[in-house]
Write a protein that binds this ligand. Structure first.
Ligand code: NAD
Ligand code: UD1
Length: 339
């Protein structure tokens, strides 16, 4: 049996494909390469010894997606990573974000229905909690106001999937709300490869530490946190990848829609990260404090107890591993996947 991995050449998808192969599963990747590169397949092959089947196709193209299902009647589950994810870009290109993220998901569900595939794991985000009503955030914490189209697509897709489940009660749908995925594969062969200036903290820090950028801008030091800088729940991407295997295992046994926070349950401030990174790598991270970034919240970290109790999953890698692996990836690949 095969597992369809949409967005499987992307950051989280590629790490999940490696974990799946190492667990003896057979992933099939579909990705339009809008935010990833085909060379990722070489890296997966180098790490695992296996080159997964790959379709370069856009999920918004129903004919192309139907072909993937038609040619692979043994697909039994889907992990749906494909989507556009840059918050700032979503504000300037709202139509593109709503179209891509929603139409791709609708097409995927149509194909799953047509071909009798009933297990779906979806990449949601802690962004659906908005400015969280409580900390740590539980799955029962009310959803909040999103501040950008990207975040709204995650909320809308969660709702769509809940509605799709109603007339299809034998489906199993897992909504995984990721906190802040960081780090890289320990081989240094796979990692995060953002286009242009990174929006997220970790890639920015690694680019500063390796001299690609002069300093980190810290977005505000006047939040109500232990040192005034924003607090987040950073999770190693390999831990996150493994959470998908646990969700898949459960999806094969139960039906329903289930929501899980996927984080470590620990909050680190921006200054904590700078210090941890410098200690783990021995590299300096010069920084300047600048104005707050619009839309940022002060504190966001998970109560990850449900994933542990129900999925039997919990994060294993600590902050030292996250910093060390992110730095190794950046050092071995100063220009990401570009030679
Ligand atoms: P990514 O951009 O590295 O991977 C997404 C992949 O989807 C890319 O390879 C891209 O080419 C592909 N894609 C996009 N639209 C497509 C389409 N219409 N058809 C086919 N392929 C398409 O992003 P990632 O960091 O690996 O994130 C994976 C998922 O997790 C996304 O849905 C993202 O929103 C979600 N998520 C990510 C984070 C994070 O911080 N990285 C946090 C929460 C949720
Ligand atoms: C951001 C997105 C969120 C998305 C998540 C993961 C916004 C408003 N939110 O969240 O929707 O799900 O990424 O992709 O963009 N920081 C700096 N300097 C930097 C970069 C970040 O100080 O150059 C700070 C931020 O203010 C924040 C922390 O570092 O306090 C983490 O930022 P980031 O990595 O962008 O993640 P989120 O803000 O959690």
């Amino acid at each position: 049996m095969s597992i369809l991995i949409t967005g499987g050449t992307g950051f989280i998808g590629s790490h999940t494909v490696v974990e799946l192969i190492e667990a003896g599963e057979t992933p099939i990747i579909v990705d339009n390469l809008s935010n990833s590169k085909e060379i990722v397949l070489d890296r997966i092959q180098t790490i695992t010894g296996i080159r997964p089947k790959f379709y370069k196709a856009d999920l918004c193209d129903m004919t192309a997606l139907d072909t993937v299902f038609a040619e692979n009647p043994d697909i039994e589950s889907v992990i749906h990573f494909a989507g556009l994810k840059a918050v700032g870009e979503s504000v300037s290109l709202p139509l593109q974000y709503y179209y891509n993220n929603l139409v791709s998901t609708l097409n995927l569900c149509e194909c799953m229905k047509k071909y009798g595939v009933k297990n779906l794991v979806f990449s949601s985000s802690a962004t659906v909690y908005g400015d969280p009503a409580e900390i740590p955030i539980k799955e029962t914490t009310p959803l909040g106001q999103t501040t950008n189209p990207y975040g709204e697509t995650k909320k809308m897709i969660e709702r769509i999937l809940v509605d799709v489940h109603k007339p299809n009660p034998d489906w199993s749908i897992s909504l995984l709300r990721y906190f802040n995925p960081v780090g890289a594969h320990e081989s240094g062969l796979m990692g995060e490869d953002p286009k242009g200036i990174p929006n997220n903290l970790f890639p920015f820090v690694t680019q500063v530490a390796t001299g690609r950028r002069p300093y980190l801008s810290i977005f505000g030091d006047d939040y109500d946190t232990h040192d005034g800088t924003g607090v987040r729940d950073y999770i190693h991407v390999v831990d996150l990848a493994r959470a998908h295997l646990c969700a898949l295992k459960r999806a094969r046994k139960v039906t329903g829609v289930e929501v899980y926070n996927i984080g470590t349950g620990h909050g680190y401030s921006v200054l904590d990260i700078v210090k941890a990174f410098e200690e783990a790598t021995g590299k300096k991270v010069p920084y300047k404090v600048v104005a707050r970034r619009p839309g940022d919240v002060a504190t966001c970290y998970a109560d990850a107890a449900k994933a542990k109790e129900v999925l039997g999953w919990e994060a294993e890698f600590d902050m030292v591993a996250m910093c060390r692996d992110a730095d190794r990836w950046q050092t071995m690949n100063p220009n990401g996947y570009d030679a």
